[in-house]
Design a protein around this ligand. Structure first.
Ligand code: ZN
Length: 82
């Protein structure tokens, strides 16, 4: 098991004390794990969720592109070999 310690300057949740590598991950944690967010925390959560959603959408498009290329690559290889 890896023993991990957060750096002293890591963003830390003021409600549960968990540390996160980035402020966006802290904002996502607050939005999903805690209730009664302040206006600033709610805005940070919405912005982080929007960025996360966009990043996931881009990853899905890249994965789909890779699968299409792989499929047609194998199809062309099969057509040439046989
Ligand atoms: Zn927390």
């Amino acid at each position: 098991m890896i023993d991990q310690h957060a750096p002293d300057d890591a963003p830390t949740c003021d409600r549960c004390g968990d540390a996160f590598p980035t402020a966006d991950l802290l904002a996502l944690h607050r939005g999903h794990a805690h209730d009664a967010l302040s206006e600033d925390e709610r805005a940070a959560f919405e912005a982080a969720r929007e960025a996360d959603t966009e990043s996931l959408r881009l990853f899905r498009l890249q994965a789909l592109g890779a699968l299409v290329l792989l499929y047609f690559g194998f199809l062309m290889a099969y057509a040439v070999v046989t």
